[in-house]
Ligand binder design. Sequence first.
Ligand SMILES: NC(=O)c1ccc[n+]([C@@H]2O[C@H](COP(=O)([O-])OP(=O)(O)OC[C@H]3O[C@@H](n4cnc5c(N)ncnc54)[C@H](OP(=O)(O)O)[C@@H]3O)[C@@H](O)[C@H]2O)c1
Length: 213
Amino acid sequence: MKIGIIGSGVVGQQLGLGFIKLGHEVIIGTRDVSKLSEWKKTAGEKGSASGLKECAEFGEIIVLATSWAGTENAISLAGKENFKGKTVIDVTNPLDFSSGTPPKLAASFGNSGGEQVQNRLPEAKVVKAFNIINAYTMCNPGREEGVPDMFIAGNDKDAKKIVSSFAEKWGWASVIDLGDISQAFWLEALAILWINYAFQTNQWSHAFKLLRK
Ligand SMILES: NC(=O)c1ccc[n+]([C@@H]2O[C@H](COP(=O)([O-])OP(=O)(O)OC[C@H]3O[C@@H](n4cnc5c(N)ncnc54)[C@H](OP(=O)(O)O)[C@@H]3O)[C@@H](O)[C@H]2O)c1
């Protein structure tokens, strides 16, 4: 498949390599393609970089991996029409760094980042996923202490199946569907739990698992 990743940071780059490992073609969209010159060398012939509009046009599936502050502008530069009917994997976290670190959650129940993205792109199938984990383990989830679970939320069942399939191929133990896009709030809150623990302990490789008896 053709995957358009809007976001040139560590998340976009790591997910890009993960999709390429699964055999997909990837374009990372950015306002400055020179940022991706090293990444392109690692990615090989299936990976390239472009402006945001070209990236969104290219992607049969689009990943949103921008800083929260830049997300609205990035969507607008990519062209809302280019998201129509597509699965959009929303990895963003609505973080407020105005008081320093750790950041605060800039969202509330009923107005999560995931819902804001879905509202901006009403004809897209937005799935919140991979936002509760360090970028470097998104496509490489196994740990010495076990294999964690990924939690996702979104309105469209087929889009969630597509996202689950990527996660399973990358090695996540289970993909837990929390329900519609309103549940994105809890995923974003979970990301804050992850971040707070990281700042308190200076550990950055933890992950979540749902255990049953
Ligand atoms: N880092 C992690 O481990 C991690 C884990 C889970 C979730 N997340 C979330 O994933 C997202 C990406 O994180 P990241 O660390 O990879 O990168 P980041 O530094 O948070 O964001 C970089 C991206 O945001 C874009 N951007 C910033 N301001 C913009 C603006 N005004 N207009 C358009 N685009 C703008 C940049 O575009 P240009 O390339 O054009 O400059 C770049 O592509 C964030 O929402 C973050 O909270 C991060």
